[in-house]
Design a protein around this ligand. Structure first.
Ligand SMILES: CC(C)(COP(=O)(O)OP(=O)(O)OC[C@H]1O[C@@H](n2cnc3c(N)ncnc32)[C@H](O)[C@@H]1OP(=O)(O)O)[C@@H](O)C(=O)NCCC(=O)NCCS
Length: 158
C-alpha cells in the first residue's frame, strides 16, 4: 500500500460490499444495514487496487445519512477520508438538504468538514427511522448535521 498514490474512489457494486464490511469491521464501526440495499457505498482503492477506504450514504427524503466512513490505518492522513466524504455529499443529489451522521470517535474531524453538532432530541425527519439513528446510544454518539444549499438558494432546515 503506497500512501503516495492518490486513492481512486468509485461506487461499490453489490459484490464489493464484503470489502466495505471488512474495512468497517477493522476500524470498529457497525456493519448493520450495509447489505440492506438502502444506501450506496463507495470504495477508495490505491494504485494497486487495494481497498483503503469506504463511505456510505442512505437517502431519507430531504435528508441523507452519511455512514461507515473508514480509512485503512496505514493510509490515513493523506486526504482520503475527506475525499470520500466530499464524494458522498456531491452524489447525494439536490433533494438532500441535510446530511446527517452519527459518530463516537470523529466529532472534531467532521467539524472541520463543516458538520455541526445537533441534540439528538432536535433531530427531525425520516432519518430518525434509519437503523443507525434508531439504535443510537445518546450517551456515546454525537449527531452531526451539514445543511446544504437548496435549489432555491436557501439553506436546508437547521
Ligand atoms: C476519521 C477517518 C475516516 C479519517 O480518515 P483520513 O483519511 O485519515 O482523513 P483525512 O486524511 O481526510 O484527514 C486527516 C486529518 O484529520 C485528522 N483526524 C483523523 N481522524 C480524526 C478524528 N477521529 N478526530 C479528529 N481529527 C481526526 C488527522 O489528524 C488529520 O489532521 P491534519 O490534516 O491536521 O494532519 C479515519 O481516521 C478512520 O477511519 N477512523 C476510524 C473510523 C471512524 O472514526 N469513522 C468516522 C465515524 S463514521
Amino acid at each position: 500500500m503506497n500512501r503516495n498514490d492518490r486513492a481512486t474512489i468509485a461506487v461499490a457494486d453489490p459484490s464489493e460490499l464484503d470489502e466495505v464490511e471488512r474495512l468497517v469491521t477493522r476500524v470498529g464501526l457497525p456493519t448493520g444495514g450495509i447489505r440492506a440495499g438502502k444506501g450506496r457505498f463507495w470504495l477508495a482503492r490505491d494504485g494497486d487496487g487495494r481497498v483503503v477506504g469506504c463511505v456510505g450514504l442512505e437517502p431519507y427524503g430531504a435528508q441523507a445519512l452519511l455512514r461507515s466512513l473508514a480509512v485503512d490505518p496505514s493510509y490515513r492522513g493523506v486526504g482520503t477520508g475527506r475525499a470520500l466524504v466530499e464524494t458522498a455529499i456531491a452524489e447525494a443529489g439536490s433533494q438532500a438538504e441535510e446530511i446527517v451522521l452519527l459518530t463516537t470517535t470523529a466529532r472534531a474531524y467532521f467539524a472541520r468538514l463543516g458538520f455541526g453538532v445537533m441534540n439528538r432530541a432536535d433531530l427531525r425527519g425520516p432519518v430518525n427511522a434509519s437503523e443507525e439513528v434508531a439504535s443510537l446510544c445518546p450517551d456515546t454518539a454525537t449527531v452531526m448535521v451539514l445543511a446544504r444549499p437548496r435549489a432555491d438558494g436557501r439553506r436546508g432546515a437547521p
